[in-house]
Design a binder for this molecule. Structure first.
Ligand SMILES: Cc1cc2nc3c(=O)[nH]c(=O)nc-3n(C[C@H](O)[C@H](O)[C@H](O)COP(=O)(O)OP(=O)(O)OC[C@H]3O[C@@H](n4cnc5c(N)ncnc54)[C@H](O)[C@@H]3O)c2cc1C
Length: 475
């Protein structure tokens, strides 16, 4: 007689769900556990936001393009699925910020915009003299009230003043979350800055003490690669490599989960085609609003309804190299809000990621859409590209039309960890423990938005599911 197997259903085939499926299958195989895995994905492809277009020798990322090399979970997973040799580091170069309609190079020693070296800040034209004096007040200001969450804006404005925040810190930080720094939670996004303040009082002095020493100019010349990595075959190839390691029959694409209810210690999972699956444990690797809708019978998920997700679009533009007349020595720029620009950032991708464009070609990737200004994402491709080209003309003197462009819209895709995020999530997780035992969350809406953070969450959810099954059904 066939052995009875317990079923773990993973919902959502982005990097969070994929990594959960990979590590769960690995544990099952290694320990011969009587568990069956089912990964359910609404669309017809796995990878979620990791999407690559390969065209005319260009490798174009529609969504994420790279990750921090010091976050090792993604490198470990790359090794597991045989993709380690496809990892490439970024080429380094100057980064710029567009403020008051001009490009300024980001002052040396700025850590996420926080000055750690005096010289470059004294000489930069990016901040006025009163702005610099206000930032220096950080050296004498007291600590924040201990333990209380606050917005990134409140924290940085208090310590360093509005001008440094608006011209440098906001464009750098909001690039990661496409968010409003006056709404985003310090504790949930950058707790390290709060910790530095609590320990050293001054952010400037504390950051100086905590960062590793910067390479000297000579070392910098020798070290031409930076702290980011990507896959030279595109991030989608990483998703495909993970998929190739999963048992074919464990993957169900093109099926959307609509509702989940707990019945007799198990879970009934209703799909959009009317089918119903029974699971012993669930890993929901879905965005928070989807999770809330799937568990609509459980009112404790309601707070997810009011957590915003910002819409953005990426616009990749392929040019012949000669189209860029004012070739700036650098890898890109971010845009402060005090400009009449629609783009929020532009990466000179062919310089940052040499493999991304064929010889003689240039690839620029611009972002549009930010918290409070997302309507541009709803325009047509041609309208968006026209606006982007007008902005680029002003900064880089580009007058030619691109050979081709790719606009990728990410509607309601950037979850905003607003003030109180950690406490809100903690309450929901506490309810889940008692009312939905065996259900776990993973993904960018919960414990970190970077791909490595999503992998960490996928792995942790697998461990939680295995511990649960050990207790509940003695696997
Ligand atoms: C434009 C952009 C640029 C970014 N840049 C970077 C970057 O450079 N580096 C970085 O580390 N991160 C970056 N990020 C963030 C990162 O891409 C995401 O946080 C991460 O990919 C999210 O993975 P996930 O698996 O949690 O969610 P997703 O990738 O969103 O996957 C969720 C999956 O769930 C599926 N799904 C939804 N509802 C259902 C349902 N009811 N039933 C079944 N399946 C369902 C979806 O179809 C989707 O495939 C970027 C994000 C965007 C949008």
């Amino acid at each position: 007689m066939a052995e009875h197997k317990h079923k773990v259903v993973i919902i959502g085939g982005g990097i969070s769900g994929l990594s959960a499926a990979y590590y769960l299958q690995k544990s099952i195989n290694a320990r011969r556990l009587p568990i069956e895995v089912q990964l359910i994905e609404a669309s017809h492809r796995l990878g979620g936001k990791m999407q690559t277009v390969i065209r005319d020798g260009f490798i174009i990322e529609r969504g994420p393009d790279s990750f921090l090399a010091r976050k090792t979970s993604i490198i470990n997973l790359a090794k597991e699925v045989g993709m380690e040799d496809k990892l490439v580091p970024n080429s380094t170069g100057k980064s710029f910020v567009l403020a008051n309609e001009k490009l300024f190079s980001i002052p040396g020693g700025a850590m996420m915009g926080i000055p750690t070296e005096i010289g470059p800040f004294v000489t930069t034209g990016l901040i006025s003299i009163p702005g610099k004096l206000r930032a220096a007040a950080d050296l004498v200001l007291p600590r924040s009230e201990s333990g209380k969450d606050q917005s990134l804006g409140e924290f940085f404005r208090r310590r360093l003043g509005d001008e440094l925040v608006e011209n440098l810190i906001e464009p750098l930080l909001s690039g990661i979350y496409a968010g409003d720094i006056d709404q985003l939670s310090l504790q949930a996004t950058f707790p390290q800055f709060y910790e530095v303040e609590q320990k050293y009082r001054s952010l400037i002095l504390g950051m100086k003490k905590t960062i590793p020493s910067q390479p000297k100019p000579k070392e910098m010349k020798e070290k031409k690669t930076g702290g980011f990595l990507t896959f030279k075959t595109g991030l989608q190839s990483f998703a495909e490599a993970i998929e190739a390691k999963l048992a074919h029959e464990s993957i169900l694409k093109g099926h959307r989960v609509e509702k989940i209810i707990r019945v007799n210690q198990k879970y009934e999972i209703y799909l959009n085609n009317g089918e119903m699956l029974i699971a012993d444990s669930i890993i929901a690797a879905t965005p928070h609003k989807v999770t809330q809708a799937m568990f609509s019978d459980y009112p404790f998920f309601e707070p997810f309804k009011s957590v915003p997700s910002t819409s953005v679009a990426t616009v990749a533009l392929a040019f012949p190299e000669e189209a860029i007349k004012q070739d700036i020595d650098g890898t890109g720029f971010v845009v402060s809000r005090n400009n009449d620009y629609s783009i929020t950032a532009c990466t000179w991708t062919h310089k940052k990621w040499i493999h991304s464009a064929p010889k003689g070609k240039a690839l620029l990737r611009c972002y549009v859409g930010k918290a409070g200004d997302e309507t541009i994402v709803d325009l047509s491709d041609d309208q968006i590209v026209k606006i982007v080209l007008e902005d680029l003309k002003k900064t880089m003197d580009i007058t030619m039309n691109p050979d081709f462009f790719i606009v990728s819209r990410w509607k309601n895709s950037m979850p905003q960890y607003t003030v109180g995020h950690k406490q809100r999530l903690k309450k929901i997780l506490e309810h889940m423990k008692t009312e939905l035992p065996g259900v776990f969350l993973a993904g960018s809406s919960y414990g970190g938005v970077g791909m490595p953070d999503c992998i960490d969450q996928g792995e942790a959810a697998v461990q939680n599911a295995l511990n649960y099954l050990k207790e509940a059904v003695q696997i």
